[in-house]
Design a protein around this ligand. Structure first.
Ligand code: HEM
Length: 409
């Protein structure tokens, strides 16, 4: 390590996460760090030290490095809020189902799922997604104004889609959405987090047990039937997987719908790009994904000493990969802070990269495209009833988003 680097890391590491000044922009410190100290020591809310990586090149390199682990069992794994031991046992159930595993176990499990999320499979889901979107918009148009777009569209579309794929009754949405919101918010009291995680675990345990008896012809049922032969998942890891798919399936996509619609309504000229030509929406949504990066960060831990960018990340040290920061790297994206809906660059890391790259990305893209094209075609005069500055953004959540969007037309 150079002397300069050594002196930088002995200075008091700044607190992380850093706050945003503008709700659609990442924290402004990212740009300075990316330039001056693209791999920097930071202090997490738990008091733990970790490396924050803000340069695109390094984020991608580390995502491909087999010496980096996603396994949350390692002591150095960055933790954003304290999780008492008894709650950790419940969190582990879903962490260890897929996303918190490394190859070769991760590869074996992921292979069981890939055929359910191919482009072809998602194409076959499109008519049903369109129907769900149309029904939500019918409901919205029939109701009183102003209406909260989050409850009327952003949440129900991906929730209904994932409920159907998993065979979860949509009527239970308030219950599971309430539980997951409590589990992932940094503002939740530890006892509430524990209760929510236990309740959801129990609920999903019952779901998996029922499906083991009668799998049914939905995604999860097919997986369980196949698993009977291949024995890749245990009952416990199926519970974890149900949780991962349920939460991964709606919270992220709902946030993307909310942020995209709010931003487009604030920028009518940009909205015209997709309204004038719905085939432009595919490229536009890549830019929306890059720009908002609802998963701002992702934790990893080093399994061996890794020399990168003039620093040495020691074995056992935690690393926070800055997806949001990488997606604004001007070495890779021209004018990265400008939303350019015609950019058409799919090289962002908003959906991850490497072995854990988002399994549901084809589905997420299809949902976003259908929602944006249908919404603005069916309600051309849709508008926000309050300025963006008055919207409440999810500052404390692991997945960035908006709590409520009052709209009228
Ligand atoms: C716009 C919406 C979405 C965004 C921004 C998003 C983002 C991501 C990211 C960044 C990762 C990588 C995590 C890592 O590197 O550790 C990931 C993984 C994953 N996503 Fe998504 N996701 C979205 C939608 C979905 C949907 C709709 C589903 C499922 C129905 C889904 C299921 C998953 C799963 C299962 C993984 C773990 C993959 C693995 O560990 O191999 N996601 N997602």
């Amino acid at each position: 390590m150079t002397d300069a680097k050594a002196s930088q890391i002995t200075a008091e590491p700044p607190a992380f996460p850093m706050s945003r000044r503008c709700p659609f922009e990442p924290p402004e410190q990212y740009a300075e760090l990316r330039k001056e100290q693209p791999i920097a020591r930071v202090t997490l809310p738990t008091g733990q030290l970790a490396w924050l990586v803000t340069r695109y090149e390094y984020v991608r390199e580390l995502l491909m490095d087999p010496r980096m682990s996603s396994n949350r069992d390692h002591k150095g794994t960055p933790v954003m809020f304290p999780i008492p031991e008894r709650t950790r046992r419940v969190f582990d159930v879903y962490g260890k189902s897929l996303i918190g595993l490394d190859p070769p176990e991760h590869t074996r499990r992921r292979k069981m799922l890939t055929s359910e999320f191919t482009l072809q499979r998602v194409r076959s889901m499109r008519p049903r997604i369109q129907q769900i979107v149309d029904e939500c918009i019918d409901g919205l148009l029939a109701g009183s104004r102003p209406v909260d777009l989050v409850q009327a569209l952003s949440l129900p579309v991906p929730s209904r889609v994932i409920c159907e794929l998993l065979g979860v009754p949509y009527a239970d949405r308030e219950f599971f959405q309430g539980c997951t919101a409590m589990m992932v918010s940094r503002a939740t009291a530890p006892s509430d987090r524990h209760r929510a995680s236990e309740q959801l675990r129990k609920y999903l345990d019952e779901l998996v047990t029922a499906k083991e008896k009668a799998p049914g012809d939905d995604l999860f049922g097919r997986l369980i039937a196949r698993n009977e032969q291949e024995r890749v998942f245990t009952h416990e890891t199926l519970i974890g997987l149900a949780f991962l798919l349920l939460m991964g399936g709606y919270e992220t996509t709902a946030s993307m719908i909310s942020l995209s619609v709010a931003w487009l309504l604030e920028h009518p000229q940009q909205l015209e790009v997709i309204r004038a030509d719905p085939t432009a929406t595919n490229a536009a949504l890549e830019e929306l994904l890059r720009y908002f990066s609802v998963f701002d960060i992702m934790p990893r831990v080093a399994l061996a000493d890794i020399e990168i960018g003039g620093c040495v990340i020691r074995a056992g040290e935690g690393v926070v990969l800055g997806f949001g920061a990488a997606n604004r790297d001007d070495e890779v994206f021209e004018n990265p802070d400008v939303m350019n809906l015609r950019r058409g660059d799919r090289n962002h890391v908003a959906l991850g990269y490497g072995v854990h790259q988002c399994l549901g990305q084809n589905l997420a893209r299809a949902e976003l495209e259908i929602v944006l094209n249908t919404l603005f075609a069916r309600i051309p005069d849709l508008r926000l009833t309050v300025p963006v500055s008055e919207l409440s953004f999810k500052k404390d959540a692991g997945i960035y988003g908006i709590n409520e969007i009052p709209v009228s037309w």
